[in-house]
Design a protein around this ligand. Structure first.
Ligand code: ADP
Ligand code: MG
Length: 340
């Protein structure tokens, strides 16, 4: 069945039914002119993030699994809220749909979106739906975080230890595998990298925990690759960074696949994007205590990867103490490269 056979009202009704779950008390979702969210009485700030996905630019109908796309669409927004130390709560989803699009496609997309919503405790409260030539999706996600503890990009200080909450490069490895023209059967490790690319796990619990720790100065999520994301931290905070390549955390799967395919591991870990781990800078005197606490909570340590310096815009990489060049580019929608 196609969208044109269903009509707007029926379509919205189907969306409402798919997301008909228990709501936090006092919340009014899909169906009225506006959603209603009771004011929180506690000492919290509201966090709001929004993302656009355009068919042809971000995904292709022929090659993308709609369920994975729905999952990832919400996951990347959850990651943005986690990156500020907040809890994601309410989503709005606006859709532009071509009338001849199959309902099955959009239903799978919505089911993926719903799965991430259930994983992260997010309720869909509304949106808008209209026809158009290409599929376009907009997600707005609202969350909240403890006042005065919201983690910004602008608070890194010279001398801070830079750390990440998980391995780098997996998603880029998965993407490389997916873009191979002659695709044979993938090994278990390869399948795992592909899965991490298609269904990234936002570090929400980690973000919530880290958000409560005073000794963290700046935090962001790794969406474009640390080469590019560190430049953004640097711009916002007015610091530089020295990063030690041998300390970058990689997964067993990535090392196995990169070795068998002769991939440049450092390039993937520095310039690959979409890992959605958290990148943070920490008061150096308190790092050890912080990583012990993190280990106790999550069963793995934070990984220190370098330090912040007083030199704004400096981004230097070292291997075993020796400065090395890494082709930094990250991903930029308009093709620009970050400053060298
Ligand atoms: P309005 O004319 O006021 O924009 P609509 O008919 O567009 O109202 O929407 C009716 C209800 O359905 C609203 O509560 C709106 O938030 C919700 N809604 C519309 N499109 C979507 C969507 N794609 N996802 C979730 N809720 C939606
Ligand atoms: Mg409307």
């Amino acid at each position: 069945m196609r969208i044109q056979d269903i009509g707007e009202f029926q379509l919205i009704d189907r969306i409402r039914k798919l997301f008909d779950m228990e709501m936090p008390s006092g919340v009014v979702g899909i169906g009225d002119d506006c959603a209603v969210v009771p004011r929180e009485v506690v000492d919290r700030e509201i966090l709001i993030t929004s993302d656009l996905l355009v068919e042809g630019t971000h995904f292709r109908l022929e090659t993308t699994s709609p369920e994975d796309l729905g999952y990832k669409t919400l996951a990347v927004n959850v990651s943005d809220v986690a990156a500020m130390g907040g809890r994601p709560q309410f989503a709005f989803l606006s859709l532009v749909l071509p009338p001849n699009l199959e309902w099955d496609w959009i239903e799978s997309f919505l089911k993926g979106f719903r799965a991430m919503g259930m994983d992260s405790g997010v309720s869909l409260l509304g949106g808008d739906t209209t026809r158009g030539q290409n599929v376009v999706m907009n997600v707005t996600l609202i969350g909240s975080g403890p006042r005065r503890l919201i983690k910004r990009r602008s608070e890194a200080k010279p001398g801070d230890i830079v750390a990440v909450t998980g391995p780098l490069g997996d998603s880029a490895g998965g993407l490389l595998l997916l873009s191979e023209t002659a695709r044979g059967k993938n090994s278990i490790e390869e399948g795992e990298l592909i899965r991490r690319h298609q269904r990234p796990r936002p570090h929400m619990q980690e973000g919530l925990w880290l958000g409560r720790q005073n000794e963290i100065h700046a935090m962001m999520d790794v969406s474009d690759g640390i080469g590019s994301d560190l430049m953004r931290l640097s711009d916002q905070s007015g610091v530089g960074f020295q990063i030690h390549l041998e300390t970058l955390p990689s997964s067993v799967e990535l090392v196995t696949v990169a070795t068998s395919r002769s991939w440049d591991l450092n390039d993937l870990m520095v310039n690959g994007g979409e890992d959605y781990v958290l990148l943070l800078t920490v008061d150096p005197d308190k790092f050890e205590r912080l990583t012990d606490g993190f280990l106790a909570e999550f069963g793995r340590p934070l990984t220190a990867i370098g330090t912040a310096t007083a030199e704004r815009g400096e981004l230097k990489f070292f291997r075993a103490g020796v400065p090395v060049g890494v082709l930094g580019q990250g991903f930029d929608h308009f093709g620009a490269r970050p400053k060298p």
